[in-house]
Design a protein around this ligand. Sequence first.
Ligand code: PLP
Length: 386
Amino acid sequence: MKYEFSKAVENLAPSGIRAFFDLVMNSDGDVISLGVGEPDFATPWNIREEAIYALERGMTSYTSNMGLSELRRHISEYLKKIFKYSYDRHTEILITNGVSEGVDIVFRSLLNPGDEVILPEPVYVCYRPLIELCGAKVVSIDTSLSDFIPDPKAIANAITKKTKAIVLCSPSNPTGAVIPQSVLNQIADLSKKHGFWVLSDEIYAELTYEDNYPKIANLPGMKDHTIVLNGFSKAFAMTGFRLGYICAPKALIERANKIHQYAALCAPILSQVAGVEALKGGRTELDVMKRSYLARRNWFVKQLNKIGLPTVLPSGAFYCFPSIKETGLSSEEFALQLFKSNSVAVVPGSVFGAGGEGFVRCCYASSMDDLKEAVVRIEDFLKKRK
Ligand code: PLP
């Protein structure tokens, strides 16, 4: 049988992050992985216990497509309390299988072939392929020229009649940069003037280390133009639960739910019950995790700078993005050679799009012992090259 598949899928490049993840998984040595972007904490016990208890009670059914009403109520209250957002649980919040599904169904709800989406890069790897699967075009902006903060002038220059949306990922994966309020204000003005959507991926919003989290959705007039994506994977260490949500105007939620009801039906009920507990269970564990990331960020970034990899102190998430330009290697060469000679896995910056070359992504959500050993090994790698 000669198989023939969708041309759009054939043209998709595999995820560069997963490629490095597979490399680590298939090696037998004592590898230190700074490669995968996931909390190194297990989900807090009260949350796991609630999921176990729900299973014991036989909660094994579907939920409504939109998600458990109780979970949407807690999300609505949480967003109001923490971010001062105002979203109606009945019409403006849709529970998804992680932010990943949210991104997919938002693009599929919005985009027609030929539409353009402005994508400040380097950025998390899922947006570009999902935009392209809709037949829409990515208009990339290189933020490495402006400290990894999207430059409003560059955005203004990228706008055309076909611009349908801009993607903002703040705090950023892979750089940890947080877009300042003054920049968000200017992007909001452009969005209102030209009538395009802002897709704001706020999955790391709780992991912001300086001041308040700068927001776009609650600027005057912006609720109508903004789609907020958030979830439980990072702040609550719940990656395996696959739980996220979309907050957006009713009309967009209705469209996204049309796809969701056919393609996913609903998020798993046990995860939704766990999500309720995450939001009502207090913030003690969340604060402990956040303080721990902060301490590791401060130590690790200082060490990278000391051993000769210039690294900007990131304001959020659990990534840093050291420059490897002085080694003369491409980011892929650097990552491969470091892995082969010193068994440390990092992700080449080039996989995150424009402006990522010359950098590597390190996830510092690893134990202090592993971070210390990683610094020793990276320093050894750099010395051997001199
Ligand atoms: N958005 C960003 C910026 C991410 O870094 C990730 C995962 O690394 C996701 C979305 C996917 O999150 P989820 O686990 O909720 O699907």
